[in-house]
Design a protein around this ligand. Structure first.
Ligand SMILES: NC(=O)c1ccc[n+]([C@@H]2O[C@H](COP(=O)([O-])OP(=O)(O)OC[C@H]3O[C@@H](n4cnc5c(N)ncnc54)[C@H](OP(=O)(O)O)[C@@H]3O)[C@@H](O)[C@H]2O)c1
Length: 166
């Protein structure tokens, strides 16, 4: 298994408010889709429910939802009751498993597991948020720029996508 993570954060590490994203950035959504397609995506129950029903489960990806509710069901998704159990399920496979948030899941993933790679979009914005991406030890990674986008009529903020690899 390769363990990966993907997130978009602003200058204060903000990633969400009121169980929604802070922005609509189609160019970053496109990168998210291209990067995660064909792989496993692991998300918290709140993140899953924040995706509009017609867009979930995320197509062409194996969707995993984490909840502590033993009765929870999500059509077309695998449900696990701990991050450890979800990761153990894929440990002996050759799959790439993407941690896709939200805040609680990023926090638990970074605190308890080594990421092989991370794609972090830095959005040039400063937006009020209630959910954040945790700080981590950047010295453990090599960092490269994968994409730089200027703002345009469809994308209200410029952003840089960085790849962190071990
Ligand atoms: N900018 C980005 O890249 C990005 C990406 C993803 C999400 N977001 C944003 O992040 C926000 C959502 O994040 P959040 O922190 O509120 O929620 P979350 O991490 O998406 O989900 C939290 C839920 O996950 C379940 N959970 C957490 N830890 C667990 C564990 N160890 N075992 C089993 N289940 C566990 C619990 O579900 P139960 O309550 O059902 O037990 C918990 O309530 C939204 O605003 C969303 O838009 C932003």
């Amino acid at each position: 298994m390769k363990l990966a993570l993907i997130v978009a954060m602003d200058q204060n590490r903000g990633i969400g408010k009121d169980n929604d994203l802070l922005w609509h950035l189609p160019a970053d959504m496109k990168f998210f889709k291209e990067t995660t397609t064909g792989h496993v995506v692991v998300m918290g129950r709140k993140n899953f429910e924040s995706i509009p029903e017609r867009f979930r489960p995320l197509p062409n990806r194996e969707n995993v939802v984490l909840t502590r509710n033993e009765d929870y069901q999500a059509e077309g998704c695998l449900v696990f009751h701990s991050l450890e159990a979800a990761i153990a399920h894929y440990q002996e496979t050759d799959k790439t498993v993407f941690i896709i948030g939200g805040g609680q899941i990023y926090q638990e993933a970074l605190a308890n597991f080594q990421m092989d790679e991370m794609y972090i979009t830095e959005v040039a914005a400063n937006i009020e948020a209630d959910t954040f991406f945790p700080a981590f030890d950047e010295n453990q990674y090599q960092i490269g720029i994968v994409q730089e986008n200027e703002k345009d009529e469809k994308n209200p903020y410029s952003f840089v996508i960085k790849k962190y690899s071990k």
